[in-house]
Design a protein around this ligand. Structure first.
Ligand code: PHE
Length: 457
């Protein structure tokens, strides 16, 4: 199959790139997943491990992915092949890019269903459903949504159409501009939510739960979960940041930009936790409620605070927006790959990728109701209670992303030339040495150890 030529689009500015990267990284991972994982894993100790993973693994890998993309100037698979070829290394390095593309496909299939939940909650907010809720009925509102496959399917479909609609036309125009106003709005709204949480009785307990570690709660499983989440939340191990790096001009300082993205991503996740746990404790809810956590806590706050009706609508609109800027980044690599490897044009490739993702999403939709008792890997103790949705999440976050990330950092740290890396990163010698040691030793060893222990325990 002849390779089609790849157009090297460039970000219009450093700010545009920064926004796109923040848009991809800040999403359901920060506001939906981080709080519920913290709740399932016992609080502060999980948060501490997560923060360590972000700093020692996430940050260096984010920089590596951008650097590879900028050097390769192609889709993730071809970029890896090109750089490997130049260094007389095996073309199999391209498989790292391919694994990332597969991961993106699997993640988007369930991401879209959760994005659909957020859409459904916009509707509840608009119809003022929250003001009637108490600790019990907020659970049944969520339970009823999950129990109803046709409603879930409807919202999943709407979310997929929104995603396809943007990707089909290229990402640049509308979304970039919208991100500029909507992302700051999300931060402001989270501040309001934290402000509300501060007025509840459970505030001190909630903050303590989030920030005071109880290390006796740590297990190999929670450490693996924290590490996997560091990859998920920064959109790593999927070729996405590599693709974004391929549109990056040489004058952008990768190190500084990466620090900003990581900082924003982390702050937003922590703020979501500060908004949610006080409400959990003030209302006698269960912090370990799992994926439904934000949908069973925040509506209570909206129902009780003054102006809550409006804030409720705003919040879920912004949540959808955060999810949307991430979901387009998940579809993009699949589309780019189809476009280059088949005879499809962009439109055809986007529709095909969208349909395939939508179809796989049905498995997640059904995992919460009709198929809730189907546990495909039930013969293994470890996976016994897991639905198809749980397994998709496990396979991507805890297996595929860490492995792809590991391969990426080994490639950069051990197979590329120090001088080239140094000139690419363009940071002070001290900062470079720190990055280099982390990339060669700390990150790969850390990922490998956590991964192996998490799997065998
Ligand atoms: N980082 C996004 C989030 O936290 C999810 C995502 C994962 C987006 C992987 C792109 C790639 O919600």
């Amino acid at each position: 199959m002849p390779q089609k030529s790849h157009t090297h689009a460039q970000w219009s500015s450093r700010l545009a790139f920064l926004l796109a990267a923040v848009g991809s990284s800040v999403g359901l991972g920060n506001i939906w997943k981080f709080p519920y994982m913290t709740g399932e894993s016992g609080g502060g100790a999980f948060v501490v491990v997560y923060l360590i993973c972000i700093a020692l693994v996430g940050l260096p890998i984010l920089m590596s992915e951008w650097l590879l993309g900028r050097l390769g100037q192609k889709n993730p698979m071809s970029s890896m092949q090109k750089i490997a070829g130049r260094m007389k290394r095996s073309q199999s390095w391209g498989l790292v890019g391919l694994a990332g593309i597969l991961g993106a496909y699997l993640i988007l299939s369930f991401y879209s269903v959760i994005g659909g939940w957020a859409l459904a909650y916009i509707k509840y907010a608009v119809t003022d459903t929250f003001s009637t809720l108490d600790g019990d009925s907020v659970g049944s509102l969520f339970g009823n949504l999950l129990g109803d496959p046709s409603t879930l399917l409807l919202w999943h479909s709407v979310f997929m159409i929104m995603t396809v609609g943007v990707v089909i036309g290229g990402v640049a125009g509308g979304l970039e501009r919208a991100a500029k106003t909507l992302m700051p709005a999300l931060v402001v709204l989270l501040v309001v939510m934290v402000g509300y949480a501060a007025t509840t009785d459970g505030f001190a307990e909630g903050v303590r739960y989030l920030l005071l570690p109880d290390f006796s709660k740590l297990t190999a499983q929670t450490i693996l979960a924290a590490m996997g989440h560091a990859f998920f939340t920064l959109s790593l191990g999927m070729g996405i940041m590599m693709a974004y790096g391929s549109y990056l001009s040489d004058d952008v300082n990768i190190g500084r930009t990466a620090v900003i993205v990581v900082f924003m991503d982390t702050i937003i996740a922590l703020m979501a936790g500060m908004a949610i746990f006080p409400i959990v404790f003030s209302n006698g809810l269960d912090a370990g409620a799992g994926p439904g956590l934000i949908f069973q806590t925040l509506p209570l706050a909206f129902g009780h605070m003054s102006g809550g009706w409006l804030f409720g609508i705003l919040f879920f609109v912004l949540l959808v927006f955060a999810a949307w800027t991430s979901s387009i980044s998940l579809l993009e690599p699949v589309v780019e790959w189809l476009e280059e490897k088949t005879s499809m044009n962009r439109k055809g490739a986007t529709i095909a990728a969208g349909l395939a993702t939508w179809a796989l999403g049905l498995a997640t939709v059904l995992s919460f109701n009709v198929w809730s008792d189907i546990h495909p890997l039930g013969i293994f103790d470890k996976f016994s209670g897991m639905t198809i949705f749980d397994l998709l999440d496990y396979a991507t976050s805890k297996v595929m992303l860490p492995l792809t990330g590991l391969a990426t950092i080994i490639f950069v740290g051990w197979f590329m030339q120090r001088d080239e890396l140094k000139s690419q990163l363009n940071v002070s010698s001290g900062a470079f040495s720190l990055w280099y040691v982390t990339s060669r030793f700390v990150a790969p060893i850390g990922v490998a150890v956590v991964f192996v222990f998490g799997l065998i325990n």
